[in-house]
Design a protein. Structure first.
Lengths: 305, 252, 305, 252
């Protein structure tokens, strides 16, 4: 292997390489660690946490679609308290960056979660999920409302000095406007994208295949959309971008970085190849060698139009 | 747990749409237990995207056997595999049947392709256990007997064996083993499992059921495979906490 | 074959069956007619027309993606005049419903095109493409702006009495708001969806694979998104919907109708199987027989939640 | 134009990554002309989504031959076809070479897999035409001679034949046919076609080039395959107006 420098910085957050595992697709790290060496990747983003535990949506929660899948897990999670008690001890030993993802039903809940989690040393950064399409408390989907996203960023910012990443919804006309308000309100980076709203029906029963009716579309099917969103942000707002959506291999990772991503997250691919993260890190090394790239970070936003 | 690239040794038909697949998979073979399953990537490309879960059917030294029905595109691709093709198998996954302990008679209850996990279970059952197997199918063209012991058959149309479903057949035979210490092992469609759950609870018989659900990962990271716990106030994950549950633990 | 009634009505537009071929994926009918009997399907929607001919975007215009494709044709078309002179005579003989699609760069151009085309008898209805993501004159993408869509509907409505269908952009947060304004301004139906904005980069040259940088994503990859958009409109606005996006076969067609579509349009599939429309009509017949459906239109929006 | 489900008769290697495929396709075989192409669905499923365009390589009675390089996923799938597999072929598409008329010598200029359309063209050329074929490849391991006549070879590394590219080779041989009435038929990578275009225009030689582009439909409905006309004020569609153009008609 070469000595290429794969490290990247997301604001003040230093990652040894740009490969993160996405929230909701790696649990709290323990199950996937049986298949892969988490110390070799850039970091993991924990399943979205809420203040209280959530049991999530009734089955059926997932369905396969052409080159993708729909999910409506409903943010099933153990809640912040159990997370600190039961999950942090394991995460602490992983020797990788831990980004804690928070999803809440109100601005107050976001702030409260952040305050409780902030003192935990093991947590290196926060990712705020304003964009989960599968929970509807309060009726409002924050992620599609510019003011809400601004306000959440501002309030959470005032609750922590750790790197703050806002995970954006793709289900909007101009995602760059959301990135801009994140930047203005002091966020350090944006993650793009969360899942696209989708659905699917059984033509014999006429019932939705997913009990929640709609779910979030992920996987290779959405990669072109995700890339376009990353590119749109890159061309309009000066803020680090974590690219997400349909990444299956190192080629996809390079593509996202060319389009403007500083780092990437792997979601659906973890279900199919839980060792994908490590394989991608290896693939990035040999790509850089072939292309005589000394610092992988030179690739970020290096598109030639 | 392993991700093992496994060479196909052979594949053969048991019925026109039911296959038995033999693969060389020494790592998984050395660890897997009856009732556990593997999550199989049926193609080298990204299509179909997700793995497909299959129960372990039999272990023969360093070889695994899977028994499967052609259902949709994924199982069709699997059925077209040929000797020396390599498939990517993730396993062993889930818990298995708990077949040790103090009972004299193992009742096997299989609905259709739900028979898949039982050849291995029967292999592994201690010699001192009596085994009675029940298989329920739609008609005599759907009957699978592979790996069964003391087999009684029911068909919906009565074209062979008992006319009715497999739970009715078991009930009709209940007097036979009423006074023995029995443990039921069941796998099949949900309505069957439900009927058997009621039957076993009513008659206070130990009963283990192997359940199914759509799955993405198969090992606990996607939360895609919930099943209601008995109280209905929370979920188990079928892939991690199951697929085998004590019938009293879950709400079907 | 059974005697199931496959006909549907889109406002005052009667279709013998709900299978239409989508704009831009059937040209002006002549090439595809060598592979299929256009008289057996519900109708065809012509390639988007503008006032003057457009040569379209430079190559590369298309690229395959997982279960989809990106295109940036740039609305290459012959212009309304040549259309009337050169294309109408062929279309006239087809014995199928002809829907004329118009795309323009200004509201005035929409109205002008409509006025010129309105007297042509062969044209049974208009579909207004407010949502092409691949042209940018004026900088504004009409389709993502509620007021523009309302205004275009209003103005074109006043220029024609023929059935008026507005083809909506999916690249918005709430597509049903656009459907509502179409209804309020007198549109007879909406088509949903046009393509999603996407892109793709070559990782060796770092250039976009499509010269236009971004393109429109179509094909099975977008089907779950399209279905969710149709469902959203159906649940919120009482207007006929023409469902579009990733339809490959009769099962997909049924799925769209269950979700709320009165008719459907086939796009990308025409490139792969130019006889798909006729095969779908046959498939609908046998589905109805199996399900004892006497009138296919009973299926519309028959989802069971 | 037909959509013909065509049975594979055989498939064989010409080079490790170059294949010759023989399919039974009587309808298309009865109509197709040299330089035309077919758009082939390489799998029964929706993956890969689009058809793949291939030039007609040879027609043998009711059989078609295609010659292709494994390039990406689609051609890999095609290379794995076996006898009696059925593939769905749409064709004939495009125009072909115009090889009739008043010239004495046909110069064939093939770059790599660009040789594919020429066996059929050579078959069809009238007996009174003299044929000189030129093939350019990277090295001696990439040379294809299938179906050629009076073949001269160039390789980039000089490992066999002329060292240099195929256009340089043709130029070096130009004195040979300078005084004959010549028509060039060319297919290969764009830089090669461009060099040949210049050469032919400069020397006032008739030259027909077979061009390529990403394609969705292959028959004129998607507008996905434009090529600049010579004046640069409009496009031709490669699938419909081409793939063969007079070198003077287009801007490469
Ligand atoms: C723990 C477990 C063990 C299983 N063991 C066996 C076995 O030994 N033999 C056997 O024939 N089948 C078994 N199944 C069912 C088998 O996984 C499905 O038949 C198979 O996934 C269908 O895939 P397909 O692509 O052919 O069908 P498609 O319908 O095209 O599949 C579409 C999607 O639905 C999912 N899906 C469809 N049916 C089922 C189902 N019944 N259960 C779970 N997911 C489904 C698929 O995984 C896929 O994601 C098992 C399922 C589970 C959960
Ligand atoms: C008119 C015409 C005739 C052709 N004849 C032959 C032939 O006889 N033999 C042969 O080996 N090849 C031929 N090609 C090229 C052949 O179509 C591509 O190599 C093939 O499509 C690659 O598919 P893939 O899935 O293996 O590659 P991938 O790179 O995985 O394909 C991805 C996409 O890019 C397109 N694509 C990739 N390369 C090309 C290319 N060079 N030209 C056009 N589209 C491309 C594919 O169609 C597909 O949509 C021809 C192309 C055209 C346009
Ligand atoms: C099963 C599943 C569960 C997910 N749960 C969460 C979650 O809890 N919080 C979150 O921010 N994103 C969640 N996501 C979204 C992913 O983190 C990611 O943004 C999305 O899947 C797109 O990436 P992919 O195409 O690589 O999967 C989930 C995705 C999937 C498939
Ligand atoms: C190559 C191509 C060209 C298109 N051109 C047009 C167009 O001119 N006008 C228009 O309204 N839609 C156009 N569309 C969009 C289609 O009509 C359709 O809305 C979209 O492709 C989604 O359907 P599909 O997934 O079935 O292809 C085009 C789509 C493709 C793929
Ligand atoms: S299948 Fe992923 S958690 Fe069970
Ligand atoms: S490939 Fe569709 S028009 Fe040429």
């Amino acid at each position: 292997m070469s000595y290429t420098d794969l490290s990247v910085n997301i604001g003040k957050l230093h990652l040894k390489n740009p490969v993160l595992l996405a929230s909701g697709t790696v649990g709290y790290g323990n199950e996937i660690s049986k298949f892969t060496d988490l110390s070799k990747i850039g970091g993991i983003v924990t399943k979205s946490l809420s203040l209280k535990p959530r049991k999530g949506n009734p089955p059926q929660r997932i369905v396969e679609t052409p080159s993708g899948m729909l999910n409506a897990i409903g943010l099933a999670n153990v809640g912040v308290e159990a997370f600190i008690k039961e999950k942090i001890p394991f995460l602490k030993e992983l020797n990788t960056t831990i980004i804690c993802n928070i999803a809440a039903s109100s601005i107050e809940e976001y702030v409260e979660c952040t305050k409780i989690l902030n003192p935990v040393d093991t947590i290196n950064a926060f990712e705020i999920n304003v964009s989960c399409p599968n929970v509807k408390e309060g009726g409002l989907i924050f992620g599609n409302d510019l003011n809400s996203v601004g306000r959440i960023t501002e309030m959470v910012r005032s609750a922590t000095n750790k790197p703050l990443i806002i995970k954006l919804s793709p289900n909007v006309s101009r995602i760059s406007e959301f990135a801009r308000i994140v930047k203005e309100e002091g966020g350090d980076a944006v993650s793009a994208i969360n899942t696209l709203v989708g659905t699917s029906f059984d033509i014999w029963t006429r019932k939705p295949k997913i009990k929640n009716v709609t779910g979030g579309l992920s996987g290779p099917a959405i990669k072109p959309v995700a890339l376009a969103k990353v590119l749109e942000i890159k061309r309009n707002v000066d803020i680090p971008i974590i690219g997400i959506g349909g990444i299956m291999n190192w080629m996809d990772t390079v593509e996202f970085m060319i389009a403007g991503a500083t780092a990437v997250q792997l979601g659906t691919v973890n279900f199919i190849n839980p060792n994908a993260g490590v394989e991608i890190v290896e693939g990035l090394h040999s790509y850089c060698e072939k292309q005589s790239i000394q610092k992988l970070s030179d690739l970020i936003g290096s598109f030639q139009l | 747990m392993y991700i093992e690239k496994s060479r196909v040794e052979w594949i053969k038909n048991l019925l026109p749409d039911t296959f038995l697949l033999r693969v060389y998979s020494p790592l998984i073979a050395s660890k897997i237990k009856p009732g556990q399953f593997c999550n199989i990537k049926v193609s080298e490309s990204d299509f179909p995207l997700l793995r497909r879960p299959f129960s372990i059917c039999e272990v023969d030294g360093e070889f695994l056997h899977f028994m499967f029905d052609v259902h949709g595109e994924g199982t069709k691709i699997l059925s077209n595999k040929q000797k020396d093709d390599v498939i990517d198998i993730l396993g062993p996954l889930g818990n298995g049947f708990n077949y040790s302990g103090d009972y004299s008679t193992a009742i096997i209850a299989a609905g259709g392709i739900g028979i898949a996990p039982f050849p291995y279970l029967i292999q592994k059952l201690a010699d001192d256990k009596k085994v009675i197997s029940f298989f329920g199918g739609r008609s005599k063209n759907n009957v699978i007997e592979y790996g069964m012991k003391n087999l009684l058959i029911s068909t919906d149309d009565g074209s062979i064996g008992f006319k009715g479903n497999v739970v009715q057949l078991i009930e009709s035979q209940y007097s036979q083993f009423r006074n023995e210490s029995v443990r039921i092992f069941a796998c099949g469609p949900n309505p069957m499992l439900k009927a058997l759950q009621e039957f076993s609870i009513k008659n206070n018989i130990e009963c283990q059921i192997s359940t199914e659900s759509a799955m993405a990962c198969g090992f606990g990271i996607c939360q895609g495979c919930p099943i209601d716990n008995a109280d209905g106030d929370g979920y188990y994950l079928i892939c991690k906490d199951g697929p085998v549950f004590d019938a009293k633990m879950v709400r079907l």
